[in-house]
Design a protein around this ligand. Structure first.
Ligand code: ATP
Length: 249
């Protein structure tokens, strides 16, 4: 469903993404986990078609995005890190706008908007201007805008940053449900707990490279008992949690 091969992006001297390859199957949530500056947003932006790679290949639902950058978008749901909603419009109007842009009309559009509002628990507040919403409600709406057209491939860039536990739980629950319904989901985060709780497989990214990849159990196995592992300080906590081991200086 999502296939990334040898992806590279440089900004001057910085290799923000440095030869990254991974796959995400239908029904799977793949967590791209890494500290600030690891290259998560740059990877996300290339998959979303917002940034062109220097080299490498991205295929989404069988379509090479370099060959058909417009066609690929029809089956793609994008949830950016920055909340991208019209504050002066209501939640329903925001959703109708997005659903229309994705080509939905008539009853199909009405149903899609109703379902999206229910899914994120905003049906009761759907006719209020978004400017009255809390941060968590805006994030939930932001999520539903990326899902309203039932995409087969979903890309989420740190969708729970800075929100209350209830909104966070709702977002994780919705993401799980869309994956269970068959979508392939790429989920970038720097929260280890979220990756553990939500993701079927995790890729650990740092300085633009995938350091390790697998299920949580596989990742734990990859770090053997007798190994000496030198990690950047940003990954120390992750290492401790995965292995249950003490850190030595
Ligand atoms: P965060 O969690 O802080 O968003 P990230 O893992 O998403 O971090 P990126 O935003 O992809 O990381 O950044 C990776 C590297 O590329 C960083 O060193 C960053 O400073 C650099 N970078 C990203 N975008 C640009 C740009 N437009 N111009 C120059 N450097 C950039």
């Amino acid at each position: 469903m999502i296939r990334v091969e040898g992806l590279v992006k440089r900004f001057g001297e910085i290799r923000a993404v440095d030869g990254v390859s991974f796959e995400v199957r239908s029904g799977e949530i793949y967590g791209l986990l890494g500290p600030n500056g690891a290259g998560k947003t740059t990877t996300f932006s290339m998959l979303a078609g917002l940034l062109g790679p220097d080299s490498g290949r991205i295929t989404l639902d069988g379509i090479d995005i370099a060959e058909d950058p417009v066609g690929v978008k029809r089956g793609l749901g994008i949830v950016p890190q920055e909340v991208a909603v019209y504050e002066e419009l209501t939640a329903r109007e925001n959703l109708r706008l997005w659903a229309g842009l994705y080509g939905l009309t008539g009853t199909a559009l009405d149903q899609a908007v109703g379902r999206a509002l229910d899914e994120v628990g905003l049906s009761g507040r759907s006719r209020e201007p978004v400017e009255r919403f809390s941060g968590g409600m805006k994030r939930r709406l932001n999520l539903s805008l990326g899902l309203v057209h039932r995409p087969k491939v979903i890309l989420l860039d740190e969708p729970t940053v800075g929100i209350d536990p209830q909104a966070r739980a709702n977002i994780l629950d919705v993401v799980r449900r869309v994956a269970d319904a068959g979508a392939a989901v790429l989920y970038t985060t720097h929260y280890l707990e979220e990756a553990e709780q939500l993701c079927d497989r995790i890729g650990i990214l740092d300085h633009g490279k995938l350091l390790a990849e697998g299920t949580l159990a596989e990742l734990k196995e990859q770090v053997g008992e007798d190994e000496v592992v030198v990690l950047p300080p940003s990954l120390n906590r992750l290492f401790l949690k995965l292995t249950g081991r003490e850190l030595r200086d």
